[in-house]
Design a binder for this molecule. Sequence first.
Ligand SMILES: NC(=O)c1ccc[n+]([C@@H]2O[C@H](COP(=O)([O-])OP(=O)(O)OC[C@H]3O[C@@H](n4cnc5c(N)ncnc54)[C@H](OP(=O)(O)O)[C@@H]3O)[C@@H](O)[C@H]2O)c1
Length: 215
Amino acid sequence: MKVGIIGSGIVGRVLATGFLNEGHSVMLGTRNINKEDIIKWKKENDNGLLGSFQETAQFGEIIVFAVSGLAVEDAINLAGKEHLSNKIIIDTTNPIAAVPPENGVLKYFTTLEDSLMERIQKLLPDAKVVKSFNSVGNAFMYKPDFNGLKPTMFICGNDDEAKKTVTDILTSFGWETEDMGKAEAARVIEPLCILWCIPGFIHNRWTHAFKLLKK
Ligand SMILES: NC(=O)c1ccc[n+]([C@@H]2O[C@H](COP(=O)([O-])OP(=O)(O)OC[C@H]3O[C@@H](n4cnc5c(N)ncnc54)[C@H](OP(=O)(O)O)[C@@H]3O)[C@@H](O)[C@H]2O)c1
């Protein structure tokens, strides 16, 4: 598949490399292809392409949103809504506010009656948005190694076919997937990032992932 990654931070770069390793064609989208991190990524991934957000949106059959939560709307406008319609959008973003955590608890600019994913879906009503990858640190997004135990990725979204495609991608990336239903479920999947970060901020422990135990 042709995968367009909108956002070149650590999440965008890690997922871009993961998709390349799985044999997909990848364009990493950024506002500035001359950034040091991008040049280094390109040297290490010479079959990966670089482009603007718009070129990346045009290129991708599947799109990954990997920008700062506060920048999502700007990024969509730069990408061009017309280039995103009807496409699967893997939404990795979290609505982290621009204020420090309180006792290790991140602050969000959304409430429990709303989510960033639902805002994205409203901005792009024709797109098939699937929440994924937001509840784990980037070091574990691709082929997480927990001594043979597969962690769980919680996903949600309104389009069942899109969720099936994302589940297949997650399986190839080494994850077990739990489909939590429609877009409203992002109201609880997004705050999992707050929980995931607490041991990091309080004890400097960042090497964990969630698993749903089932009987
Ligand atoms: N870091 C993690 O381990 C982790 C884990 C799970 C989820 N997430 C979520 O994944 C997303 C990406 O995280 P990250 O740590 O890789 O990077 P980040 O620092 O949150 O975001 C960097 C990206 O945002 C873009 N950006 C910033 N301001 C912008 C603006 N005004 N307009 C358009 N684009 C703008 C940057 O574009 P340029 O490429 O042009 O610089 C860059 O690609 C975030 O929503 C984060 O909450 C992060």
